[in-house]
Ligand binder design. Structure first.
Ligand SMILES: Nc1ncnc2c1ncn2[C@@H]1O[C@H](COP(=O)(O)OP(=O)(O)OP(=O)(O)O)[C@@H](O)[C@H]1O
Length: 212
């Protein structure tokens, strides 16, 4: 279970937003294999919550536990989670293949069976044959699909998804949703930030509605 309790945070320079000045306070619990839809108006703190969980921001106080273990003590790279943000998920100087290989092994040392996973996942996200392209040679939606593919390959127990379907056509969106539903069925726990009630309805078991 992911147990987030009274996780408090305030941006040091929050002068330009009432919401951020007041500070944020998040509490919820999420079981293994569940998806929490995080919704609310622009600026209510959805991305802030994901950054706190991922360890990119440090809370003033509160608790984040996964399976009873305190995650706040761990640096971002040692937390059992993968994030997909709205953009800037990929390394522009690496090919699609190498971006995915990094998801499988930090030193890109892949076994034979791991190597086979790359063309397979590219096929699954509708990008077969694009291994040698660089992210700058892809559309925004294609880059997003590579980012989701990498998150799926990593198979971490927790997935933090911030508007992962932005800019995707209906068919691609449906394909990625099916992949994420499969991942959920095999036990992945997810937080899904989305403005789209349809995405939330399809993937989320519960919603956390944040207010501005
Ligand atoms: N680095 C920062 N310094 C100061 N304030 C910030 C910083 N980053 C975000 N904020 C403010 O904190 C609030 C929450 O931002 P956040 O990005 O979490 O909102 P959000 O709910 O994800 O919005 P959106 O739906 O538009 O992506 C906003 O008012 C934003 O202006």
């Amino acid at each position: 279970m992911l147990d987030v309790s009274q996780l408090r945070f305030r941006y040091p320079d929050a002068s330009h937003s009432i919401n951020a000045r007041r500070g944020f306070d998040f509490s919820f619990r999420l079981g293994r294999g569940e998806c929490l839809g995080v919704t609310g108006p622009s600026g209510c703190g959805k991305s802030t919550l994901l950054s706190l969980l991922a360890g990119f921001l440090t809370p003033e106080s509160g608790r984040v536990q996964w399976q009873g273990e305190d995650l706040l003590q761990r640096p971002p790279w040692e937390r059992p989670m993968t994030s997909v943000f709205q953009e800037h998920n990929l390394f522009d100087h690496l090919t699609v293949h190498d971006n995915l290989a990094l998801g499988l092994h930090p030193g890109m040392k892949l076994s034979k069976s791991s190597r086979k996973k790359i063309p397979h996942i590219l096929h699954e996200v509708g990008l077969e044959g694009m291994e040698k392209r660089y992210p700058t040679e892809l559309s925004g939606g294609q880059r997003q699909r590579v980012a989701v593919a990498r998150a799926l390959l990593r198979r971490t127990p927790l997935l933090l998804l911030d508007e992962p379907f932005t800019g995707l056509d209906t068919e691609t969106r449906k394909g990625l949703q099916d992949l994420l539903l499969d991942q959920k069925a095999s036990g992945a726990t997810m937080l899904l930030v989305s403005h789209d009630p349809g995405d939330v309805r399809i993937l989320a078991d519960r919603t956390l509605e944040l207010t501005a």
